[in-house]
Every structure is written in C-alpha cells, then in structure tokens.
Design a protein around this ligand. Structure first.
Ligand SMILES: [Mn+2]
Length: 415
C-alpha cells in the first residue's frame, strides 16, 4: 500500500468528522509511540477538518517518561477509560472510531463497548486502525480480537515501519497538513513524535528504521531547535519514585540467591506496574545474570475501588540462545480460551546481533480478584499465583530450581 492511495481513501472518511469530536483508542497503558500517533492525528483533524480528537486508554502507563509527556506536552488530549462515566455516549457521538499502535482489540480493555455499539454492528460507524510491524511479536489470532474478523467495518492501515508515529507523519504530509515551526503547540507535537519514534526504534537504531521513519524524522527535525532538544533532554531526566527504589533495593539484596544464568524474582503485590520492568532492568544492569524474569500482582485503586488486578511480568536476556525468553514467556504467561485452549499473553522482541538479546513482557487480568481487598490479595492470591508461576518457570527453564525463584513478601519454603 502506498501512502498516496491510503490518504485518498482516508480523506473522505475524515471529511465525515468535520466539526465533530473523534474518539481514539490505544492499547492499555498507552505507550509513547501511541501517544505521539494520537497527537499527530489530532493535529491533522484540527488543521484540515475543523475537528478534534480525544483518546481513551485504560490503566496507568508503565513508563514514567510516558506520564510526563502526557501531562507536560500533550495535556488535554487523553482520558482514562475508568475515569470517564460517559464513554458509551462518547462512542455514540463520534462519527468514526480510531485505533492506534495496536494490532488486536484484545490489547484494549473496554473495547468491547465499541464492538457492541449498534452503529458499528450495522456497519455505519467505521473503525480506522493504524499500526506498524517490524517486531518479532507474534500475537496469536483470537477470533473476536482480530480486526480482520470484522471485514469492511474495520479499515486497517498496517505498514512496515519502526514506529506508528512515522506512519501518521507520512499520512499528514500526504494530506497536505504541515507544522508551523513558530507555533509552540506544533513544536510540542514534534517533540512527542521524536520521543515516540526514539523509544520504538531503540534510540533510532538503523535496523528498526524504514524509509517511512527516515522521512518522518526529516519532517520533525525541522522543528526541533536547540531549545526543543534541551527540553526533551530534561523530560528524559526522570526522578524515580522512592517506592520504586525500595523495590529495586529489595531485589538486589537477593542477588546471592539467584543462579547466574537466570534471576527469577517475584516482587509481590504492587500498585504501580512500572516497578516490574524497572526492577528487571536493575537486575540486568548488575551484569551478573544471563536472563532476568520479574513478576508480580499489579493493581490500581481509584476512589478506593480496585480498577484492575493483573499478573504482570517483564523479562530481559543478553543470551537468547541459552534461554529462549520469548518462548518462555509465551509458555508461562497464558490464559485459557473458551474452549480450554491456551492463549499466550506473553511476547516481546529480540534485537542485537543475531537476535542475541530480548525484552519480554506479559500481562494477565485476574478479574476474579476485583472484589477482594488488597490485604486479601497479598495474603491469599499472591502466594498462590507466585507458586503457579514458579512451577511454570521451572518447567520451562531447565536450570531453574525451586529456591532460585525468589519471592518477596512470601517465604517460598512454606509452599
Ligand atoms: Mn509502536
């Protein structure tokens, strides 16, 4: 698909949005690439179609950088699904629904509300989906989560690019929309775009950049003067919350107990999912381990009510040949489908020379715990989940013995 043709197909669809507000969805925890994609889409709507975007997502973003970009560069554009009471009305009044940087609808909590919308079912409310592919993340096809299951009702624009942000910038250019370098807001969008592409391409690594990304970078670089680059640098200097540092310290204090081939660590029950990849990175940075797996039960309380309870995990490896971490995550972190079949919820990407290193992640909803208290989750659910994950990890990683899977806040010998 070339962009000229895509733009000519999308233009009449965006014309139907004139003067109206368009609803966007991105995957849970909204990553930086998704954030920038929405910002550029909103820019296109404002400049060409006298329209605006509002983006909904669920669950607190994992990365601190992401939280700062949302509040400091793109204020007012995003809303948390769980904090908006009138989501169904918003879906109702939006002429189209847009989805960014998500290949399947299963990554978006509460997207069933769009799929159940009468107008969508009748085919009068189209879904426009933008995504990029380059990753080795092979998500399993789940019938009602796959956009292809909805035929013409979903128009998917999936192109080979390092970042979805780049695709949006390419579409913007093709639709004749520009940035004004003297406009502060445009500059902020360009800054968000720079960060979005940077994160998804691991600091603009050549192996992740396609022609679309290179052109996108040329477009935004015109706006990124010294002041803007300085601001990006400041945004990247993030103060780590003291809670996170405590968890890192606790994990490091167990270093002697791990085997050098793999550090498997259960952090316990925590209220900020960002801690999991943070602790995984900290263990990896010690340089002692070939692979690191960190997992825990994450939750978020909003107005005293549990909004979600998940099993969250993060993995790092510097020698993917010794332990195939992508395979391990796929086989350890799964749910059962309606027919009892395993549906994997773990994935990631490998990089480096011959795919030597890999980053993985997994998130499984534990919806049956939503009515519990955090105290009960700590005392009953965590020991049970932790033992289950330990058992699965041991069956997947041959060198892993029981005492090498360290569980915080819970004495594994009691199991
Ligand atoms: Mn992306």
């Amino acid at each position: 698909m070339d962009m000229k043709r895509i733009a000519s197909e999308i233009d009449p669809i965006l014309e139907t949005c004139r003067g109206k507000r368009v609803i966007c969805f991105v995957q849970d925890r909204c990553d930086l690439d998704a954030q920038a994609s929405v910002a550029i889409f909103d820019h296109i709507l404002r400049e060409k179609y006298e329209s605006k975007a509002t983006c909904f997502y669920s669950k607190q973003p994992t990365f601190l950088m992401n939280r700062r970009v949302e509040s400091e560069l793109l204020a007012g554009l995003f809303q948390r699904t769980e904090e908006s009471e009138n989501l169904d009305e918003r879906i109702e009044s939006s002429p189209i629904i847009t989805v960014f940087d998500a290949i399947n609808f299963g990554m978006i909590s509460s997207f069933s509300r769009v799929l159940n919308n009468d107008e969508f079912q009748e085919g009068t409310k189209p879904i426009l989906l933008f995504d990029h592919h380059l990753d080795s993340n092979e998500a399993e096809e789940i019938a009602d989560e796959s956009p292809s299951a909805y035929g013409d009702k979903v128009k998917s624009i999936v192109l080979k690019a390092g970042a979805n942000t780049s695709i949006m910038l390419s579409l913007m250019g093709e639709l004749g929309v520009e940035f004004d370098p003297s406009n502060e807001k445009h500059k902020q969008i360009a800054m968000a775009a720079h960060i979005g592409i940077k994160i998804d391409t691991e600091q603009f690594k050549k192996e992740y950049l396609t022609k679309i990304d290179e052109q996108a970078c040329a477009t935004i670089n015109k706006l990124l003067d010294d002041e803007a680059l300085d601001l990006i640098g400041q945004l990247e200097k993030i103060r780590i919350p003291v809670d996170w540092i405590t968890h890192k310290g606790r994990a490091l204090s167990h270093c002697r107990r791990f085997d050098s081939s793999v550090a498997a660590y259960g952090v316990g029950v925590i209220d900020d999912a960002g801690i999991i990849p943070y602790v995984a990175d900290a263990l990896k940075e010690t340089g002692f381990f070939t692979s690191v797996v960190v997992f825990g039960i994450t939750h978020e309380l909003i107005d005293g009510k549990l909004h979600y309870v998940n099993l969250t995990a993060s993995g790092r490896t510097v020698d993917n040949k010794q332990i195939d971490l992508l395979g391990v995550f796929k086989n350890v972190f799964y749910i059962r489908g309606k027919g009892g079949q395993k549906i994997s919820k773990g994935g990631g990407r490998s990089s480096g020379i011959f795919g030597a290193s890999a980053m993985t992640g997994a998130e499984i909803p534990l919806s049956h715990l939503l009515e519990s208290s955090v105290v009960d989750i700590r005392s009953y659910a965590w020991p049970m989940e932790a033992k289950k994950i330990r058992r699965r990890l041991m069956s997947q990683i041959k060198s892993l013995e029981k005492e090498l899977v360290v569980l915080a806040e819970f004495d594994c010998e009691n199991g």
